[in-house]
Design a binder for this molecule. Structure first.
Ligand code: HEC
Length: 207
């Protein structure tokens, strides 16, 4: 079963450490926003977001690896189906933020991106198309003014590694295919190659 052992999930931690130099505080329309928000506050919120994402990533990876070892990928699909949304809502409850995963090609329609998330996901893909390795794409953050007040938003790309392809790749085993079809009749999250951006962790903090 060595084939199913998961290598440490490459979650762009290097990219997370690289900071967010390509971002500023702007509204969705590009207007400067929330001038009263200090650099220090942005930095703090970014660091806290990274921490929450690392917790999400390592908890999920642990669950996934245990399930793969115990019952192979079909067992692990069940775990992803039940445990991934649970971990997201636990961390959301703990932090008081909205914490989740999203993608341009969805498996679970509950993970659909909103307008801002879609634009960031497209920019991640564009960076990779322009030659940046998927695990070096820097996270994106922005302060957005809404009618209900300011929101700090943060997204970090999730690279597709070879260990993801059993369930997200081009050539999926028929048992896995059937298990996926049962749970996700509208699954779009296959056909990936290692080195692409599979999706992103996404955080919204009310300010
Ligand atoms: C055992 C099969 C399996 C493996 C291996 C797997 N996934 Fe998934 N993945 C799933 C399932 C099932 C879901 C849907 C989870 C849910 O319902 O929220 C999912 C959802 C996701 C999502 C959320 C977006 C969406 O489409 O709903 C991302 C992002 C993701 N996977 C990335 C990865 C990455 C990156 C890897 C490798 C490190 C990986 N997955 C490995 C089965 C798998």
């Amino acid at each position: 079963m060595n084939h199913w052992k998961l290598a440490p999930i490459a979650l762009g931690i290097a990219a997370l450490a690289a900071g967010c130099s390509n971002n500023g505080a702007t509204t969705a329309s590009g207007e400067p926003a929330a001038n009263e928000v200090s650099e220090e506050e942005i930095e703090q919120r970014s660091m806290d977001s990274r921490e929450a994402i690392q917790q999400f990533a390592s908890t999920l990876q642990g669950e996934l690896m245990a399930a793969m070892e115990e019952g192979g990928p079909t067992e692990a699909i069940q775990v992803c189906n039940e445990v991934a949304p649970e971990i997201a809502s636990d961390i959301s409850a703990e932090t008081g933020w909205d914490v989740g995963r999203t993608s341009l090609k969805l498996r679970n329609p509950d993970n659909a991106p909103d307008e801002w998330e879609r634009a960031v996901l497209e920019s991640f893909d564009a960076e990779v198309a322009a030659g940046t390795p998927a695990d070096e794409v820097a996270p994106s953050h922005e302060v957005i003014q809404t009618e209900d007040g300011a929101r700090f938003r943060f997204m970090a790309a999730i690279p597709a590694g070879s260990q993801c392809l059993a369930c997200h790749g081009e050539d999926i085993d028929s048992d896995i295919q059937h298990a996926l079809e049962r749970l996700y009749p509208e699954d779009e999250a296959t056909g990936y190659q290692a080195g692409q951006v599979r999706g992103a962790f996404t955080i919204t903090q009310e300010m």
